[in-house]
Design a protein around this ligand. Sequence first.
Ligand SMILES: Cc1ncc(COP(=O)(O)O)c(C=O)c1O
Length: 387
Amino acid sequence: MMKNSFFLRKFIPDFSNISPPSKFLKLQCLYFYTSQAASPVYSQVGSDDEYADIDWDAMEFGLTPTDYMYTTKCTQQEDGFPQGQLNRYGNLELSPAAGVLNYGQGIFEGMKAIRREDGQIVLFRPEQNALRMKVGADRMCMPSPSVTQFLDAVKQTALANKRWIPPPGKGSLYMRPMLLGTGPILGLGPAPEYTFLVYASPVRNYFKEGSAPLSLYVEQEFDRASRGGTGGIKTISNYGPALRPLMKAKTKGFSDVLYLDSVNGKYVEEVSSCNIFMVKENTISTPPINGTILPGVTRKSIIEIARDLGYNVEERPIPVEELLEADEVFGTGTAVVVASVGSITYHSQRVEYRTGDNSVSKRLMSTYNGIQNGVMEDNKGWMVEIR
Ligand SMILES: Cc1ncc(COP(=O)(O)O)c(C=O)c1O
């Protein structure tokens, strides 16, 4: 216990001389955020009011630092993580030799806390994220928090930052649990110490009213994942290499990249940060989870919703040529929820798809949002109320 609190004092910036946010502290929290990417909407912080003093309508889908983050740490030898604690949100102090910095030993999760019209704060299937973190931790030779501990940490962080949870319909509090090899290591090997932390940022809904559907570019020069690699887990080391193809696609005017399998360069895998589905008549198809595709929580849920709505859903390899013949294509993920794809460009061929009010993706999205917002019955017990 002593050891743990000693670590936390060293590891977390010392804000002990600063009282918790109060209405007298407007602007003071800016001190904590000096190295963060500035976003104009958080220029006014610190209030005991029900809501943080920001313009919820001007909020972007980007980082807005909040008040608190959860942290706990353990060594390779210890039997799991001790109870963590909430500290003021701030920078980490790390050894330059930290495993995560040198060898990319880190994984993360992404989920949302939502405020409903009746004031309830809810999470969507958070145990799925906890389980995915466990699988990822095992692949990356890291100890992982138990499911209970993961849920507790997310819940504590969401409630501590409750004033940052947007009003109903304006967005959500994006929760970012991270598991990092923070101990120093020079030779290649698992780090001697690990940190599990959770921070949060309010985000607007990814798609604003009237946003354009996605325009995807089929990537053929770069692969996202290889057979036997780490495509199926949410390791930080999957995302850096995805930047070059993403920037290439954006430079050409596309909104995102669609990856093909690395063995044949033939089968559709996924988009940079969402899973992909195609619709042909009454059948919805999506690539199977085979180790190279991230098993999305949204993907899994949309498959269930679609079956309940009477669609025939298939998980099977989809040749890119077949995708070009689809009626409709959409992506799924925590950030985008269900994003309709307006066009896909493969070689120099550009194919357009059905979008809009009569699309299947719109119907799936309405059901999914209805369950999350509490206007439709949650007969699967997906929603977890934390307040
Ligand atoms: C590569 C990748 N695929 C798919 C997803 C969608 O996963 P989820 O639905 O759990 O957000 C994500 C987002 O986490 C992702 O990064």
